[in-house]
Structures are given as C-alpha cells and as structure tokens.
Design a protein around this ligand. Structure first.
Ligand SMILES: Cc1cc2nc3c(=O)[nH]c(=O)nc-3n(C[C@H](O)[C@H](O)[C@H](O)COP(=O)(O)O)c2cc1C
Length: 318
C-alpha cells in the first residue's frame, strides 16, 4: 500500500512537510495545499515560496491547483515545470462556499460539459502529468458515474477520490459503496481518501476494495504524525518523538521569518488535530488554544507533555 499525506491548507505547508518527512520518514507522497491563481495564472508569492525546491529539500510534494481556467492552469504548470516538478494535481473537491459558487473545487462537478472542455484543453497542452482530486458529487454520490465518464476520457496520472459528496463537507460518512462501485471502472491509478484514522478504518476500506494500492490521509495523520508509519507495520507514536517533532517544527517556523503571530497560528492549527492524543486533557489543551504569544504556547505544551494524558492509541474523530 502506498500512503500519501493529504493537502491541508493552513496545516501542511512546506515547513510542516519537511519536519514531518525528517521525523516520520516513509510517506510516499505529500500533496501541497492548493495554489489559487487568478485568471491569467498569477499566484501569491507566498504560495510559490512554499513550493520552491530549496524549501522542500527532504521531499518534493505534488503541487495542486484550484482553478477552472485552462490558461491559468497551464501558466501554473509552466512555472512548476521550470522549478523541476513533473506532476500537477487539480482540485475538484474543495467544498467551501467561497469556492463552489465560482465553479472551482467541487464546483467543477456542477457542469460536466465545462469540466470536459477544461480537461480536454489542459490534457492536450500541458507537459506535466495531471492528476485529479475529486469528490463523488455535489449533492449525492449518485452523480459519480457521470463524472467518472468524463475522467475516463483522459490519461490521468492518478484519481484521488475523497469518498464524500460536497454537501457532506468533512463530516458525512464516506460512501464506500460508491467508491467500490467506481473502482473497477477506473483505467488509471486510484487513491482512496476519507476518514482513515487507524488500522480499523483502513481495514474497512481494503476489505471492501482488496485491489486498492493507494490511500491518502489528512486529519488522521495531522492528529497522529506516526499514523502512516504505524499503518505500514511500524511502532506507534511515542511521547518523546512527538516532543522532538514539535520542537523541530517550532524552531523551523520561528526561524522562517514569518513572525510570532503566524508561527503561533500555524502551531495552534496543528494542535486542533494533535489534541486528540490527549483525550482527557481539555483544560490543558485550552491553554495552548488561548496562548497569546510563543512563551504562553510553549509553557502550555510543556504542561500537557509533562502530564500523563498522552494516549498513543487515541484516534482523531472529525
Ligand atoms: C484544514 C483543511 C485544509 C484542507 N486543504 C485542502 C487543500 O488545500 N486541497 C485539497 O485538495 N484538500 C484539502 N483538504 C481536504 C483534505 O485533503 C482531505 O481530502 C480531507 O480532509 C479528507 O481526508 P481525511 O479524512 O483523511 O482528513 C483540507 C482539509 C482540511 C481539514
């Protein structure tokens, strides 16, 4: 089984990915959070910074783009190719109400003729391999057979299926039946995504689709940075290595020049997930959540780590 770390905007930026790759090696691929170009392909400088090879020395991620204009997609692809990238992932899954009405992300699934035209254009002109990360539909996974008919027309490098419709956001139960029904009709590599948080949830998916060779994990791996290693048969997370990982990530952020405010924001965002490793410690976690500066944050983390509330077998419940 190949394991990918899902893109998570605000969580899995390059400093997180690099720290994770050094402390918990073994992830097959990291997907970078989406680039959001304007109509002519211009992206924010910070977004490019996240992808520069010198900022990703441990492992180059697969970049992702959120757009519905072929020219913008192609301009981003050219820039990435010059940076040494060989693949670009299209986001056809973002459920946000600021994205979907613009027919981007999962909004691309609204009008299949436009999706088809977009894919025809980029596949005929792009020199990079193209993969797609999709939802099963907007309102229902019953939409997926028609969506898959479109994808099947193109030589996708990979189809990552987040097995929910857009309406389900990140909450609904993944639709394993719809995923299993689609799987045999995919002429390209397929990666399953959605709610894998431990060996049991992975086992449920592989029992339903035994031929599956790729899975992508997001929140479960943010909550337990050793999850992928564990699913590969390695040891469970231990508190000392969590501490070392956090120290290294704190140092990387603090030295990056983004400033205390953003450093604190990034760390709190990660702790939203990590806190599930300390199930009975809501009060101690609140100290981290409410920290106003890095000194408060670090003393909150020390207090939590010096207690006995750490549970390596705790799982993230979304
Ligand atoms: C905070 C957050 C940010 C996300 N950012 C992205 C993103 O940039 N691109 C993307 O394709 N998916 C994004 N996702 C969706 C995840 O990649 C993944 O599909 C989803 O969380 C389901 O997988 P999981 O249950 O393993 O977390 C994001 C999810 C979360 C919770």
């Amino acid at each position: 089984m190949k394991f990918s770390f899902a893109p998570m905007e605000g969580v899995t930026s390059c400093l997180f990915r690099q720290t994770h790759a050094v402390c918990f090696p073994g992830v097959d691929r990291y997907y970078a959070p989406f680039l959001a170009p304007d109509g002519s392909g211009v992206c924010k400088q910070g977004a490019w910074r996240d992808l520069r090879p010198e900022n990703n020395p441990a492992q180059l991620p697969v970049p992702q783009v959120l757009c519905n204009k072929a020219e913008a997609f192609l301009a981003v692809a050219r820039e990435l190719q010059a940076m040494g990238y060989t693949e670009l992932n299209l986001n056809a899954g973002c459920p946000s109400s600021t994205v979907v009405p613009k027919h981007k992300g999962a909004g691309m699934l609204q009008d299949l003729r436009s999706l088809d035209d977009f894919l025809a254009d980029v596949f005929s002109r792009c020199e990079l391999k193209i993969s797609v990360k999709t939802r099963l539909g907007l309102e229902s996974s019953e939409e997926f057979p028609a969506i898959l008919e479109i994808y099947r027309k193109y030589p996708l490098a990979e189809l990552i299926i987040h097995a929910r419709d857009r309406k389900g956001m990140y909450k609904s139960e993944p639709d394993l039946e719809a995923f299993a029904a689609a799987f045999p009709h995919c002429p390209f590599p397929v990666c399953y995504n959605g709610n894998i948080v431990d060996a049991v949830s992975l086992g449920t998916v592989t029992a339903r689709v035994p031929e599956l060779e790729r899975v992508m994990i997001g929140r479960g791996a943010a909550a337990n940075p050793a999850l992928i290693r564990q699913l590969q048969g390695g040891p469970a997370l231990d508190k000392a290595e969590l501490e070392a990982f956090l120290r290294r990530y704190d140092e990387a952020l603090s030295q990056s020049g983004i400033g205390e405010h953003y450093t604190l924001g990034r760390l709190k965002e990660l702790w939203f997930y990590l806190s599930s490793l300390f199930p009975g410690e809501l009060k101690a976690y609140k100290r981290i959540r409410k920290a106003q500066n890095m000194a408060d944050y670090r003393s909150g983390v020390s207090a939590l780590l010096s207690g006995d509330g750490f549970r390596s077998d705790a799982v993230f419940i979304g």
